[in-house]
Design a protein around this ligand. Structure first.
Ligand code: 13P
Ligand code: SF4
Length: 365
């Protein structure tokens, strides 16, 4: 018989330092059975306990590869779903706080995507129809939709390649939920801004005329990341005026104007690698989440690299930050006690279709 779960309430008041010891102790007792994965935006007091870290693509590969029985995922809900889909049925994925979601992922849902699909099929002939491409920042049922309709998943590090593949399948692309990643990646492929139309999912026909739909190459879902939308071109302008030799690097979830004004654009893993490989003494302005920027600012200090955050405001992924040391302690101690809490389990039929779309991505990445 399974032991009873220890309730979270009693963990809420544990001091952070006490959590460090308790997490280490629980990890020791769990040994090789358990692996902790953490996204780069994770807070420092959680990130330090990770066995594996990465951007969304790297974490997906790692989840598919590990043979640990338990994958404790310090990230957001869609990442834990991907880990569940790509790991075996015998492995268990745990998200220490179920409230760790992604506001961008929530901007698209199956009802709205199915409606868009039906409306597009009324306007476009089968030859003109779209390949559905979902950013990995989306719920599993949208990945399943893509799997079922000849579509694919992409991440911020492979979106251009994935678009190339998508245009080999069909003439057009419906890209959801992040309009900015879709626009920047389309631009990288030489598609003009006029050929990319925003699909407003709250309007009939996306708020577009049949002509606009027929002329578009990419239909961009009207979604965005609330963290990355805070970065503005004027932040870059000010930095360049103050530091003409400074270098600007941004995540592709930033607006087109910010990406266009940056020297480099790429995923969180790419940002870390690019600054790590840069010359000593360089100065960087970074347009991505604050926890990551603060961590690399410290890490690269010994190489005299100055790493600055792009916005004067605090831009943190507040949902990612829900995974705190207290929730991690709670999940691990329960596990060490033989109890699984907060398991993420994608229903089998949905997982199979979503895996189709994920596997298409993994084979061409
Ligand atoms: P990466 O795949 O670049 O880590 O991005 C994930 C994300 O959610 C960025 O906001
Ligand atoms: Fe989602 Fe934005 Fe947080 Fe990334 S930073 S997980 S896109 S809310």
């Amino acid at each position: 018989m399974q032991a009873e779960a220890i309730n979270f309430e009693s963990f809420d008041d544990i001091q952070d330092e006490a959590c460090v010891q308790r997490i280490e102790e629980a990890k020791r007792s769990l040994g090789k059975s358990t692996v902790i994965l953490a996204h780069h935006y994770q807070r420092a007091d959680v990130y330090r306990h990770a066995d594996l870290t990465g951007d969304s693509l790297k974490l997906a590969y790692q989840a598919a590869k590990t043979d640990a029985d338990y994958l404790v995922f310090c990230g957001v809900h869609f990442m834990a779903e991907v880990a569940d889909i790509l790991s075996s049925n015998e492995q268990t994925v745990i998200l220490p706080d179920l409230a760790a979601g992604c506001s961008m992922a929530d901007m698209a849902n199956l009802t709205k995507v199915e409606r868009a699909w039906r409306e597009l099929a009324e306007i476009l002939s089968p030859e003109e129809m779209v390949t559905p491409v979902t950013y990995i920042n989306s719920a599993a049922d949208l990945k399943a939709f893509c799997g079922e309709h000849g579509g694919i998943v992409c991440t911020s590090s492979n979106a251009v390649k994935i678009l190339e593949w998508s245009f080999q399948q069909r003439e057009k692309v419906l890209f959801f939920p992040d309009q900015h990643l879709g626009r920047w990646s389309g631009h990288q492929l030489g598609i003009s801004l006029d050929e990319m139309q925003v699909w407003d999912f709250d309007q009939p026909m996306g708020g577009l005329t049949p002509e606009q739909i027929k002329q578009a190459k990419i239909l961009l879902w009207k979604g965005h990341c609330s963290v990355h939308q805070m970065f503005q071109p004027q932040h870059i302008l000010k930095f360049r005026n103050q530091h003409p030799d400074g270098i600007v690097i941004s995540h592709p979830e930033c607006s087109f104007e910010v990406c266009n004004a940056s020297d480099y654009v790429g995923s969180t893993e790419y940002i870390i690698r690019t600054i790590a490989e840069a010359k000593e003494g360089t100065r960087w302005l970074v347009g991505t989440e604050l926890n990551l920027v603060s961590r690399i600012a410290e890490e690269f200090k010994p190489q005299n690299k100055i790493v600055q955050f792009m916005s004067p405001l605090v831009c943190m992924c507040s949902t990612m930050a829900r995974i705190d040391p207290q929730h991690l302690t709670w999940a691990l101690e329960n596990l060490a006690n033989g109890v699984v809490v907060n398991q993420i389990r994608v229903p089998q039929s949905e997982a199979e279709l979503a895996k189709l779309a994920l596997d298409r991505m993994l084979t061409i990445s």
